[in-house]
Design a protein around this ligand. Structure first.
Ligand code: HEC
Ligand code: HEC
Length: 353
């Protein structure tokens, strides 16, 4: 074999080896074991679809446990008094009790109602305006926000790196010698993906182990009837109870908070907010992005008679008749919404500190 042939064979072999490595990397699925760690097996209830886990953040038992510890740890806040769980409480489907706006560490009050944390792994964008493009990057928002945990990321990292137990825990899960911001984001996102709710009465009826009362059944029919409730157009019936699209529901003639428009800078998005899931909705009041409605009845009356004919109003509302629901219909819809409460979710010891 001459020198040139040898060179060609050697470089071909090298090329194949690179292809092999790239191929391996590509085929690595999130369920594959991260060296030495136990893969976390998500328990998806019957009524929900499989969840896409990003290949860059495979879930492990150790990662989820670390994320949970961080979620409950006030070390992430400026004066070490407030954790994620201070505003996201399990008994309220991980929203903030009955307050309209949460109070941050500096006693400053925000302008948006704390969102429930439920079935987050099915969503693509986070916050009322979808300002966070994935669950990982959502995590640093509340830590830095002056009206929330008001902490400097460098401080958090310094505190965690000097902590008696965190460095070893992080090293075990993510490797490396220093705790970095990306690791905090990944660990908390792993825990957040485990917050799955799919065992409400609605799910049990679907599975054939419970049945609706006549009133709940009427409520369901108004919910889907396009001339009555017409809720299902946006809060899609079944699994996640939302398509998570941004819409203007006519809360104000001129929106105080422009919502989605703040992110896209497109005036046709002004006054649009992410359509929220209605799972556990009976537990998460007050309602809407600014918590303006105390009760579900007020929410339904908004869609029935209250909404304003404003620029960008969703066409589904623009086209529907006001006053189409009588008081009994409203109560029926509330009865149906109550079947979306999942007591197993709000008492599950896996989600407790
Ligand atoms: C001071 C109260 C407060 C604290 C502390 C807090 N949050 Fe929130 N959370 C909120 C509010 C308010 C919103 C809605 C913000 C918005 O839309 O602008 C929110 C929204 C979210 C969302 C978006 C949910 C969705 O459906 O889009 C996630 C996820 C979240 N928070 C997780 C966390 C995590 C993780 C922490 C801790 C690192 C945390 N929060 C700390 C109040 C708080
Ligand atoms: C055009 C789409 C659309 C229709 C139709 C619709 N909703 Fe909504 N819903 C939304 C959006 C978007 C929001 C968030 C609005 C905001 O905060 O500005 C919302 C918010 C809510 C909330 C408050 C959720 C929370 O977490 O605070 C409830 C409750 C609700 N809707 C119930 C209903 C019911 C019941 C119906 C039928 C009578 C209905 N919706 C019809 C899009 C819709």
């Amino acid at each position: 074999m001459n020198k040139l042939n040898k060179l060609i064979i050697a470089s071909l072999a090298g090329f194949c080896f690179i292809l092999f490595i790239v191929g391996c990397k590509k085929s690595q699925s999130p369920d594959e074991q991260v060296a030495g760690l136990t893969p976390y097996v998500l328990q998806i209830p019957n009524g929900l679809p499989p969840m896409d886990i990003p290949a860059s953040n495979p879930m492990t038992e150790e990662g989820v446990a670390l994320g949970k510890q961080l979620f409950f740890d006030p070390i992430l806040s400026g004066d070490n008094t407030m954790s994620c769980a201070s505003c996201h409480k399990q008994s309220f489907s991980f929203s903030d009790s009955s307050v309209q706006f949460s109070t941050g560490i500096d006693k400053l009050i925000g302008t948006r109602n704390a969102m429930p944390l439920v079935n987050l792994g099915y969503q693509k964008q986070f916050f009322w305006d979808g300002g966070a493009a994935d669950l990982e990057s959502q995590v640093i928002g509340p830590i830095q926000n002056p009206v929330e945990m008001h902490e400097d990321l460098n401080n958090v990292l310094a505190e965690l790196n000097a902590h008696p137990t965190y460095p070893a825990l992080f090293k075990r899960v993510f490797g490396g010698d220093k705790i970095g911001t990306a690791m905090i984001m990944k660990a908390i996102a792993q825990f957040e993906r485990t917050l799955i709710s799919g065992n409400s009465k609605y799910d049990q009826v679907k599975a054939g182990t419970a049945s609706f009362t006549p009133q709940e059944l009427r409520g369901l029919s108004w919910y889907t009837d396009m001339k009555k409730g017409d809720c299902a157009h946006c809060h899609v019936i079944g699994s996640t109870f939302s398509d998570f699209e941004y819409r203007n529901t006519g809360l104000d003639s001129i929106p105080v908070d422009i919502g989605r428009g703040r992110i896209t800078l497109n005036p046709t998005d002004d006054g649009k907010f992410k359509t929220p899931s209605l799972r556990n909705i009976a537990l998460t009041g007050p309602y809407m992005h600014d918590g303006r409605f105390k009760t579900l009845e007020e929410c339904i009356q908004h869609y029935n008679i209250g909404f304003k004919y404003t620029a960008n109003l969703d066409p589904n509302l623009d086209n529907i008749k006001k006053g189409r629901l009588n008081p009994a219909d409203v109560q029926d819809i509330i009865a149906f919404l109550n079947t979306l409460t999942d007591t197993e979710f709000i008492t599950n010891p896996k989600f407790k500190k």
